[in-house]
Design a protein around this ligand. Structure first.
Ligand code: NAP
Ligand code: GLV
Length: 309
């Protein structure tokens, strides 16, 4: 069996090593622009260029070394009509839970303000916000969103979640569909975006929608930059309607040097690290799915191209 491997970061060598260990029968083929390779049975990709698509003509399935699928679905009809399989958790959900818990607690417990006080030598306890009014609203109740909801439940925050299809979850107010989004946002103090980027969710968080959040609300975006209208977010933070944001993802990554976010202290930024791909877990998950497909068995996490996730 031949497996085509490509990673936009060029760091293919440890992936080849792990796949060779986990699937000893497989021959790993690292994609190189211009090289004429014999056809491969499967492809494992992250951030492929258009020039690679010609190599996919005979693959039986395409595996993505990440959870988001926007970077491959953008090729649309140029993709072969084979299953596209993304990672399902594979060590990312716990990282998301760590990241979001940190960001929420930092805002709730006013750590930024204590930090400033400490630098000025000030010893002064600050009032705690009312937890019953500190509702966390999670957009996207999938593999990652559900883990975040479960984690935040341990701290006793009121919780709500929004998804495309209706859900029922003990202790969580569940909303579904775009018609319920206004009500969902109106009662959310900390908004956590964990949606896939699709035509329906692109630019979802624009000025109109973000304005529905109550005064003093806070945004955490760990999904994709294009969910948020960046100038609108900045305007609402500067007007005082929103208290601030923690952003891990941006429309253009790396965030360009002249960008107003760099100068806004109420925006905390990280370089797309909220949930990194865990190589060994991912290789084991993909290898398990390849074995299942070879045995004619179904696999989880197949992307629905019509829905875009
Ligand atoms: P997932 O399991 O596919 O879950 C997606 C969730 O979003 C589902 O609950 C789905 O609703 C909901 N959804 C999709 N379209 C919707 C719409 N139009 N309206 C309302 N809800 C909608 O995805 P996941 O594994 O949790 O990953 C989520 C995203 O996180 C990925 O797509 C990726 O972009 C991002 N991510 C970021 C990082 C990072 O480091 N920053 C790392 C990993 C992933 P249903 O349940 O009804 O289907
Ligand atoms: C990272 O952003 C991923 O989608 O896995």
């Amino acid at each position: 069996m031949r497996i085509l491997l490509h990673r936009a970061d060029g760091n293919t060598e440890p992936w080849v090593r792990d796949f060779t260990e986990v699937l000893p029968g497989a021959e790993m083929v690292v994609w190189q622009e211009g090289a004429q390779e014999a056809p491969c049975d499967y492809a494992v990709l992250w951030g492929p260029p258009a020039a690679l698509l010609g190599q996919l003509a005979q693959v039986k399935a395409i595996f993505l070394a990440g959870a988001g699928v926007d970077a491959i679905l953008k090729f649309g009809d140029a993709l072969p009509n084979v299953p596209i399989v993304r990672l399902g958790d594979a060590g990312m959900a716990v990282q998301m839970a760590e990241y979001v818990a940190h960001a929420v607690l930092r805002y709730f417990r006013r750590f930024d303000e204590y930090e400033k006080q400490a630098r000025r030598g000030v010893w002064s306890p600050l009032a705690l916000p009312k937890k019953s009014e500190f509702t966390i609203g999670v957009l996207g109740m999938g593999k990652l969103g559900l883990r975040v909801i479960d984690t935040m439940a341990h701290f006793g925050f009121p919780l709500r979640g929004w998804s495309r299809t209706p859900k029922q979850l003990a202790g969580v107010a569940c909303y579904s569909g775009v018609e319920s989004l206004g009500d969902f946002l109106a009662g959310t103090r900390v908004l956590v975006c964990m949606l896939p980027l699709t035509p329906e969710t692109s630019n979802l968080l624009d000025r109109a929608r973000l304005s529905l959040l109550p005064q003093g609300a806070y945004l955490i975006n760990v999904a994709r930059g294009a969910h948020v209208a960046e100038p609108d977010l900045l305007t609402l933070i500067r007007s005082g309607h929103l208290a601030g944001a923690t952003l891990d993802v941006f429309r253009n990554e790396p965030l360009p040097a002249p960008h107003p976010f760099w100068d806004e202290p109420r925006i905390t930024m990280t370089p797309h690290i909220s949930a990194l791909t865990v190589r060994r877990d991912s290789v084991c998950q993909i290898a398990g799915k390849i074995n299942a497909l070879e045995n004619g068995e179904p696999v989880a996490d197949v992307v629905d191209r019509t829905l875009g996730y």
